[in-house]
Ligand binder design. Sequence first.
Ligand code: NDP
Length: 294
Amino acid sequence: MSARIIDGVALAKAIREEVAAEAAKLAAKGMRPGLAVVLIGEDPASKAYVGSKEKACIEAGMHSVKIARPATASEAEVLEIVDQLNADRAVHGILVQLPLPKHINTEKVLNRVDPAKDVDGFHPQNVGKLVIGDPTALRPCTPYGVQQMLIRSGIETRGAHAVVVGRSTIVGKPMANLLIQTGPGGDATVTVCHSKTRDLPGVCRTADILIAAIGKAEFVTRDFVKPGAVIIDVGINRVDDASKPRGYRLTGDVAYAECAEIASAITPVPGGVGPMTIAMLMQNTLQAMRQAVR
Ligand code: NDP
């Protein structure tokens, strides 16, 4: 068997186009969704992510605000920025790019974001809403993107056994919570695995849908995969590769080639879950605006 490739680039493009069309309709009524991104420090990867988010925002016809400060910015300064954005009526979504410099308390900053503008879905209020199945929850972009990939690729989650490897608050836990909700992209039977799970390959082999969010390059081998399973690879890992101009290549948490031989569908890295994350950020900004003007 050779797995169908789930094309995250194409799916993300479709979502971004839908968001742009919706934003254009709102613009005709004099309303414009706005996203603010806060970047503290000079981390090259963070700068690149922020650049992509700004570009996506402009392409979607949204109002884009970028606030950048050096790594020496104090916690009080960052909290002040968040307060100003909370009060700014042209801004419907606020994203604080992580990681923050070590002297800044990340939890304190994230909790300061108005939950109604928390397009990352990290505020405890949105986490709680997600758990209880409140549709006004702003959902964390990466697992929300995975759920959309499953829905839009026609992969039935209802009654399926989904195994999520990883229990982070950014990916694993919200992923599991989305999959157990009722409705499209939900109604799954979910098992969450982590570093203390016994017989991880054996548990993974019971999965109809296997979602890897571990942060270890090519950790999931064919021994983890039930023939015909769907594999979603959330991992993004840098692996040294002298043959590449940058000296490294990106790889997922799944040993792609060998797993693709036995899976029924699989996401590549790059070009899988990654592009979906930004698309869902745009979607969340639109949702935040709709809920704000309601
Ligand atoms: P974390 O490091 O926060 O969490 C990793 C999880 O994997 C933990 O729950 C950990 O278990 C588990 N784990 C680690 N080693 C093992 C092991 N040997 N066996 C079983 N479980 C293990 O990572 P994130 O959730 O933030 O990210 C996961 C991956 O997804 C990374 O590669 C990251 O780069 C990528 N990512 C991709 C995004 C995208 O847009 N595509 C967005 C966000 C992340 P324990 O809790 O026991 O330590």
